[in-house]
Design a protein around this ligand. Structure first.
Ligand code: UD1
Length: 384
């Protein structure tokens, strides 16, 4: 059997790593090894957004890099499709495996189906219900086309059933990102906060970070276009961070390239960067982010992956979105996260409540660190 797996952007790397390790393990025990080719579309290309994760998570260098880079959605998807079609015609794999919901996921699943190649989607069935999110478009199209839909939770199976997907096309396998978390948490635990900060300062400014301790800082990430692309939305969030969060505790903020660009454009960057209690960091590697999450008093984020990691680690999490494709992480399902959108009154109310909370880890069904094995087994079982 020949499988091509695809990655494109940062959140894909922690999902593909355990799957590749599983194929390698399987190949050691069989007379019919799987031939595996890893394709990186190149959507994320900075070392800190890509290469670092390959090194830390032991992902082999991609066999093929399409070098697509930045651009509008149509440019990214179009360039990926043109380049990926050539790979498929040459390699003729039995399966294309895509993960998550980034532009690479969409582009490569469409291209594969037009070449009559079977598609397997890992992390199928998530739905935010918000079609204005580029990721929701990517999820809908990918799931509509995929032959095998591997879901992270029961709610995703329900979503797919409502869309007419039959049981024989979907398998509940659990959350593959948690395989990576479980495989690396001991390593992350050993890192000190001081080390993380020293290795990742955004600039050379000398801020007083010596006394930053576990459970005494807020951790922030922001990158969604809906939060950072308009000044009317981003500015009030920044004011809240400066006037109400940074007065009580230091804020550690690994800043996404998109957000940095927008802050500069809106004339907000200098105030954020020079604030004594806001510690801007470069985009963090996997271990460092996990370490900071393990010790944060509170997380404020618009990332889906961090919402999930907060659930397992128990970090109280304010999700700066109005909806989520990952409801299993919300407190109404027992999780650590609460949706606060980008309205400051709502953020404030939940922030004050979350500050009173203790860390409370929970583990949704099959978020057990063994999902990659179930993914590979589902592919091997297909049509048998
Ligand atoms: C993408 C994904 C999103 C995911 C996020 C995680 C899609 C539609 N979106 O959004 O689901 O949560 O990644 O990071 O696929 N840039 C750099 N260096 C890089 C990569 C990007 O400077 O290595 C810049 C680009 O020039 C662009 C901006 O960052 O201006 C955004 O990058 P882009 O790939 O368009 O999407 P993300 O916002 O990162």
């Amino acid at each position: 059997m020949k499988i091509i797996s695809v990655v494109g952007a940062r959140p894909n790397f922690m999902k593909i790593a355990p799957f590749i390790h599983e194929i390698n393990n399987y190949n050691k025990t069989t007379a019919n090894p799987i031939q595996h080719i890893l394709v990186h579309t190149g959507q994320h290309y900075d070392d800190r957004m890509s290469q670092t994760f390959f090194e830390q998570l032991n992902i082999p260098t991609a066999d093929i890099n399409l070098g697509v880079g930045s651009g509008s959605h149509a440019e990214q998807v179009g360039h990926t499709m043109i380049a990926f079609e050539k790979i498929l015609k040459k390699e003729k794999p039995d399966w294309v495996v895509v993960v998550g919901d980034v532009n690479a996921t969409l582009a490569c699943s469409v291209t594969a189906k037009k070449e009559w190649i079977k598609v397997c989607h890992i992390e199928a069935g998530l739905r935010s219900g918000d079609i204005t999110m580029p990721e929701e478009v990517n999820r809908l199209v990918t799931d509509r086309l995929s032959d095998l839909l591997l879901t992270p939770d029961y709610l995703s199976n329900e979503n797919l059933k409502k869309e007419g997907v039959t049981d024989d096309r979907m398998v509940f396998v659990g959350n593959i990102m948690i395989d990576t978390l479980e495989a690396n948490r001991h390593r992350a635990e050993k890192i000190s906060i001081k080390e993380v900060l020293q290795n990742n300062y955004f600039d050379n400014s000398q801020k007083n970070t010596l006394n930053i301790e576990n459970e005494h800082y807020a951790l922030i990430t922001l990158h969604r276009p809906s939060n950072v692309d308009e000044k009317e939305v981003l500015e009030p969030i920044i004011r809240f961070l400066i006037d109400e969060v940074a007065v009580n505790q230091p804020i550690l903020w690994p800043i996404h390239p998109r957000t940095q660009k927008q802050l500069v454009q809106f004339g907000l960057f200098d105030e954020v960067q020079s604030h004594p209690n806001i510690i801007l960091l470069q985009p963090l590697g996997y271990f460092d982010m996990l370490r900071l999450n393990m010790g944060a008093k509170i997380m404020l984020t618009d990332s889906g992956g961090l919402q999930e990691e907060c659930t397992i680690l128990g970090t109280p999490c304010l999700t700066l979105r109005w909806n989520t494709e990952r409801p299993v992480t919300l407190k109404e399902h027992g999780g650590a996260s609460v949706l606060v959108g980008n309205n400051v009154n709502r953020i404030r109310e939940e922030y004050n409540e979350a500050l009173q909370k203790q860390r409370a880890p929970i583990r949704p069904p099959l978020w057990d660190g063994q999902t990659a094995g179930r993914c590979l087994q589902a592919i091997l079982n297909y049509n048998q």
